[in-house]
Design a protein around this ligand. Structure first.
Ligand code: COA
Length: 260
């Protein structure tokens, strides 16, 4: 697959996707969203890829938002379609991927950029990162899941304040609010994400996919998360990974999961 706006590299079962429009602070235009959607879908189908890291190119930005130049003249119908398509193609896709996704937030993560990071399963920020949902400054609201996922991560009160003031918060505030899991220097950022990914890839990928479905179930309307957990837990007992994991423990050796 060849892409114009993203770079994709795979090493040691970890795929790194880099959004590559540094002169536009990696703003998400339609083409970039389409390419990300294709890359994430392909990675999820490739069983050799056990974790995905997503980051932005350059020193300044993860993603500075949706590309404002593309939607400035949109009508009500076009605005609604833009949001609905984005949810489906990228943000819900990432949240529900079987493969764990780690956001390496290397600078500004604003609007759609923070929404993309929040769709990922884990977030690590560099200490220069700034995060916010500034959409009300433009007369619009977050439209790629931000009103929902920010409240889930930091609580309703802080989400309301961030959205209403359009303020950016620092990486350390994001850490203390639970918006990111770790803060490191920019130089250490990809190494930290790879360290987390390496821990994940020594574990059962089928159990990890089950865990993602069970955790996400709590945030899905009309779905009982406990019931999904019971179902997913039971399904694990039918996998080769479960047989290998339990045998390895009992035989006092390291598990070598087949990923089935
Ligand atoms: N959409 C389209 N282009 C964007 C963009 C966005 N969301 N964010 C940045 N860019 C472009 C700028 O237009 C500029 O392009 P140009 O050089 O062709 O004029 C380039 O990226 C660099 O941005 P600039 O504003 O010059 O950098 P800065 O360091 O002065 O400011 C920000 C950085 C992030 C504070 C500022 O770019 C900004 O506020 N961006 C918009 C953030 C936003 O509202 N996001 C939510 C969108 S819904």
């Amino acid at each position: 697959m060849s892409f114009e706006n993203i770079l994709v590299t795979t090493e040691n079962n970890i795929q790194t996707i880099t959004i590559n429009r540094p002169d536009k602070l990696n703003a998400l235009n339609k083409k970039t969203i389409d390419e990300l959607s294709q890359a994430f879908s392909a990675a999820d189908k490739d069983t050799s890829i056990k974790a995905i890291i997503i980051t932005g190119s350059g020193q300044k930005a993860f993603v500075a938002g949706a590309d404002i130049s593309e939607f400035a003249s949109f009508s009500v119908e076009q605005g609604k379609a833009l949001s609905a398509e984005g949810h489906k193609k990228l943000f819900d896709l990432v949240q529900n991927l079987n493969t764990p996704v780690i956001a390496a937030v290397n600078g500004f993560a604003l609007g759609g950029g923070l929404e993309l990071a929040m769709s990922c399963h884990i977030r690590v920020a560099s200490d220069n990162a700034k995060m916010g949902l500034p959409e009300v400054s433009l007369g619009v609201i977050p439209g790629y899941g931000g009103t929902q996922r920010l409240a889930q991560l930091v609580g309703k009160g802080k989400a309301m304040e961030m959205i209403m003031t359009a303020d950016m918060i620092s990486a350390n505030d994001a850490l203390s609010w639970g918006l990111v899991n770790h803060v490191v220097t920019q130089e250490e950022l990809l190494a930290k994400c790879n360290e987390i990914a390496n821990k994940i890839l020594s574990k059962s990928s089928v159990a990890i996919a089950s865990a993602i479905r069970a955790v996400n179930a709590n945030y899905t309307d009309g779905v009982n998360g406990y019931a999904v957990e019971i179902d997913e837990f039971g399904k694990c007992f039918g996998t080769e990974d479960f047989k290998e994991g339990t045998s390895a423990f009992l035989e006092k050796r390291k598990a070598n999961f087949p990923g089935k």
